[in-house]
Design a protein around this ligand. Structure first.
Ligand code: NAD
Ligand code: DAU
Length: 356
């Protein structure tokens, strides 16, 4: 028996694969298209490890998926594969529709075909866990309660709309065909192997390179931060004991305004690797034109996961962010290798047109 992880060379997927194999000898088949966000270097420590089977491919490839499911007698699929960056979805939504909607649909079709042919016991034990986001619930006002699983879907970006579509398909495949699915909707992750297009790794890297730390709008937008390894432990928990057909919100009760997050990064860097001129990295903070349709506030109510499955995050924001900054300082070679020509053209596209 084995599990199939899709998108396992990306930020959260690779952390999940590493965590899984640190705790279990069950084989992980890792299907990843290796887009700009996929990086096999994240999994370098698994080189030569027979428990990790990497396959380069697309979740939209029905035949490939079906053959992998059959060949490896997969007992569970964890679907991380997606286009994940909101700003990229604003500049070019097409890839988001292709992978997040059509790709998820083809994955569901292959899984349904495989599952239909399993024996009764294997059918009962099989799970498809779909990894989704809090962004599907839209934006909260300052005084609103955090998102509960029963909140209405109100996605505002092409990214969140495409994730919402995939969530609905997953739900429908359970309701219509009885496919044993689970869905998790998680808040903003941070930690090792986070691609430096996202706020936290981008600002760490820009700070160290003496570049501006770009704050969209007034920097008072709120995100609810969770250390990536806590997200991985929540997924393992839901996979093991979650109720089939149900949705679990995952979050760390860590609401922070973006400006506060960036100031925190600057003070940790001031302490760990001070600027040569003795000034604070906070001097590099620069306000730039806001993201179109920018959601003001996300906050996750993760009480169902704690009440029903006993899950709690291990890290606070303070412990997790310190570990994260230290990881980037210790892994500058990893960062250097992802700063390719493609990455530079993305920075030009996203930031050149924003006035300071
Ligand atoms: P990421 O962009 O770092 O990684 C995505 C991975 O999927 C990459 O390795 C990429 O190569 C792969 N991929 C993309 N298209 C593919 C395709 N068609 N077929 C196969 N592989 C493909 O993303 P992430 O931040 O690790 O997010 C993983 C999942 O978690 C996504 O579904 C995302 O929506 C969800 N999520 C992310 C966060 C977050 O804060 N990063 C929070 C909640 C939920
Ligand atoms: O909430 C979960 C989501 O979190 C995931 O579903 C997404 O895949 C993930 O990318 C993340 O989305 P965000 O848009 O919240 O993350 P990002 O790091 O891009 O931005 C965090 C906040 O910081 C957001 O309010 C926009 C702001 N920001 C971002 C960048 C890149 C800036 O102010 N400046 C920047 O340069």
């Amino acid at each position: 028996m084995s599990i199939l992880v899709t998108g396992g060379a990306g930020f959260i997927g690779s952390n999940f694969v590493l965590d899984w194999l640190a705790q279990s000898d069950e084989i992980v088949v890792n299907l990843d298209k290796l887009t700009y966000a996929g990086n096999l270097e994240n999994l370098a420590s698994l080189q030569g490890d027979a428990r990790h089977v990497f396959v380069k491919g697309d979740i939209g490839d029905y035949d490939l998926l079906l053959s992998l499911l059959e060949k490896h007698q997969v007992r569970a699929v964890i679907n991380f594969a997606a286009e994940s960056h909101v700003d990229r979805s604003i500049h070019g939504p097409e890839d988001f529709i292709q992978t997040n909607i059509l790709g998820s649909f083809r994955l569901l079709e292959a899984v349904r075909q495989y599952w239909n042919n399993l024996g009764q016991l294997a059918q009962q034990e099989f799970r498809l866990l779909h990894v989704s986001t809090d962004e599907v619930y839209g934006s909260l006002a300052q005084t609103d309660s955090p998102f509960a699983e029963s909140n209405q879907y109100q996605p505002n970006s092409p990214y969140s709309a495409s994730k919402a579509a995939s969530d609905h398909l997953v739900r429908a495949y359970h309701h219509t065909y009885g496919l044993p699915v689970l869905t998790t909707n998680c808040s903003n992750n941070y930690g090792p192997y986070h691609f430096p297009e996202k706020l936290i790794p981008l600002c760490i890297q820009n700070a160290l390179s003496g570049k501006p730390l770009p704050i969209y709008g007034d920097g008072q937008q709120i995100r609810d931060w969770l250390y990536v390894k806590d997200h991985c432990s929540a997924i393992r928990r839901v996979l093991a004991d979650g109720q089939v057909g149900e949705v679990y919100n995952v979050g760390g009760w860590n609401e922070k305004a973006n400006l506060d997050v960036v100031n925190t990064l600057c003070s940790i860097l001031d302490e760990l690797q001070a600027r040569s001129d003795g000034k604070s990295y906070a001097e590099q903070i620069t306000y730039v034109t806001d993201r179109p349709g920018h959601d003001r506030r996300y906050a996750i109510d993760a009480s169902r996961l704690e009440r029903e499955l006993g899950w709690k995050p291990a890290e606070t924001f303070e412990t997790g962010i310190k570990k994260t900054v230290q990881w980037y300082l210790d892994n500058q070679a990893w960062v250097g290798n992802v700063l390719s020509g493609d990455y530079q053209s993305w920075l030009d596209k996203n930031y050149a047109g924003r006035s300071a």
